[in-house]
Design a binder for this molecule. Structure first.
Ligand code: NAD
Length: 475
């Protein structure tokens, strides 16, 4: 298990020698003690990334692509040990962790393919006086900040396009889950990525460490995935040096079920949209709006499926729902559910935390939820499905859009024109139309409103790590 900082291709302790513990959320026991990066370590990492930048930017795209393809192969061959590590430090069920490794590895494969496609353009100026030549150049040194809920995929979704574009990076993983990020550093070194191109800096002082990097003029981009609250702080800090920003922030996904939907398919989709990662996903369905004639049936079918999930340690192959990541996460879910129940909601299944050790919260379905309940406004980030009934399409769209978030929305209907009409009307960066899962490395992932700025994945994900340079020329 790697537990030091990875700077300039070397494993090093922190400048103070301090370390912090990483806990197993299933038992609360210590898994590892990890070097606690400081602002001075962060600046050393910026130096390493900056020193490596020119050579990496001028490495032929095909060579960069081949490194990324090797990373995909290595990640695939190490899938089971990486999945075990994710499950251990994050708590998610092994099946979810295996799914995450496969998804994370695909970013290396996709951007291996995209690395050779950072195309520019040539045009004749409307006046005919000159040519407009546009080339795509790497942004430069990038700071990447990732959350704990997908410790591998949120890292590869940034590292792969950054490297494909010719950028060098410093990854600051979440302090709950630094071990997967460090394992990724080792994997990328094994794939032949030169020293300094990828640096990984776990730290418990995230604010200070990231702030130090954003105020170093050598840093030209910050790509952040995490809460909207922290995203706002980073946008403000990035303003000082006018650093390029990409923000993948919180969500509050509505899940709309119309009376004409294929109900069993909608329940299958709901189980994925709600329960993938135990509900700890930015894309997790947070609010279910179900048309009145099918609301009781949908609630019954969903409750039956939720009730049957096996809860236990993520690393146990029989487990379908692991513990949440830490005690704070359980306390937050518990508070939201208690408030909903106090305001008249009914727990069809679940609804209270079990006694005993571990950060567990049971699968929960709530009906009779008041439309203004806090559980419909905040990210639950746990295995809780609140259900609200609606009677008209327009009402459903209004309810769905009544949030400052706009990451993803889900719609189930057999009527294609309604499905597309509602998809267009929903204020979200992504819509799952009769699908409970939208994530795909080949598609542009991201949000509108306060869910973010920029897109990851697809071709757009590559362009986010490039600047257009316009050269005016005549010949
Ligand atoms: P978080 O915002 O608390 O932390 C995210 C990262 O930022 C961590 O690495 C953390 O250490 C760091 N951080 C915390 N405070 C900081 C500060 N002041 N300055 C700099 N860095 C700081 O989020 P989290 O709890 O780790 O993750 C859950 C959140 O992430 C949810 O809101 C979820 O919706 C969001 N998320 C979004 C996406 C997306 O693609 N839109 C994907 C996954 C998770």
């Amino acid at each position: 298990m790697y537990s030091d900082l990875f700077i300039g291709g070397k494993w090093v302790p922190s400048s103070t020698g301090d370390r912090f513990d990483v806990l197993d959320p299933a038992t609360g026991t210590v898994i590892a003690s990890v070097a606690d990066g400081t602002p001075s370590d962060a600046l050393a990492a910026v130096t390493a990334a900056s020193d490596a930048a020119a050579a990496w930017a001028s490495t032929p795209p095909r060579v960069r692509a081949e490194h990324l393809r090797r990373a995909f192969d290595l990640m695939t061959s190490r899938a089971s040990s990486l999945a075990h590590l994710i499950s251990l430090e994050n708590g998610k069920a092994l099946a979810d962790a295996q799914g995450e490794v496969a998804y994370a590895a695909e970013f290396f494969r996709w951007y291996a393919e995209e690395a050779v496609r950072a195309l520019g353009s040539v045009a004749v100026a409307p006046s005919g006086a000159n040519r407009i030549l546009v080339v795509r150049q790497p942004v430069g040194v990038c700071v990447l900040v990732t959350p704990w809920n997908f410790p591998a995929a949120m890292a590869t979704r940034k590292i792969a396009p950054a490297l494909a574009a010719g950028c060098t990076v410093i990854l600051k993983p979440a302090s709950d889950t630094p071990l997967t990020a460090l394992a990724m550093a080792a994997l990328l070194a094994d794939a032949g990525i030169p020293p300094g191109v990828v640096n990984v800096l776990p730290s418990r002082s995230s604010g200070q460490v990231v702030d130090a990097m954003l105020h170093d003029p050598r840093v030209r981009k910050v790509s952040f995935t995490g809460s909207t609250e922290v995203g706002r702080l980073l946008l403000a800090a990035a303003a000082d040096n006018v650093v390029n920003t990409s923000m993948e922030l919180g969500g509050n996904a509505p899940f709309l079920v119309f009376a004409d939907a294929d109900l069993p398919a909608a329940v299958d989709g709901a189980m994925i949209a709600k329960m993938r990662n135990g509900g700890e996903a930015c894309t997790a369905a947070n609010r279910f709006y179900v048309e009145a004639p099918v609301a009781a049936e949908f609630s019954r079918l969903l409750s039956d499926r939720m009730r049957s999930l096996a809860m236990g340690p993520g690393t146990d192959p029989a487990t379908q729902l692991g513990p949440l990541v830490n005690e704070d996460a359980v306390a937050k879910v518990d508070t939201l559910v208690r408030a909903a129940l106090a305001a008249g909601a009914v727990a069809v299944t679940g609804g209270s935390r079990p006694s005993g050790p571990g950060c567990y919260y049971p699968p929960t379905v709530l009906t009779n939820v008041a439309p203004d309940a806090p559980i419909l406004r905040e990210e639950i980030f746990g295995p809780v499905a609140p259900i609200v009934t609606f009677t008209a399409e327009q009402e459903a769209v209004l309810l769905a859009n009544d949030t400052e978030y706009g990451l993803v929305a889900y719609v189930y209907t057999r009527d294609l024109s309604r499905g597309l009409r509602v998809s267009e009307a929903l204020e979200a960066g992504m819509v799952g139309l009769n699908r409970g899962l939208v994530s795909d490395p080949a598609a542009p992932f991201g949000g509108v409103k306060q869910s973010g700025i920029g897109r990851e994945g697809g071709h757009e994900g590559l362009l986010d790590y490039t600047e257009s340079k316009y050269i005016a020329v005549s010949w």
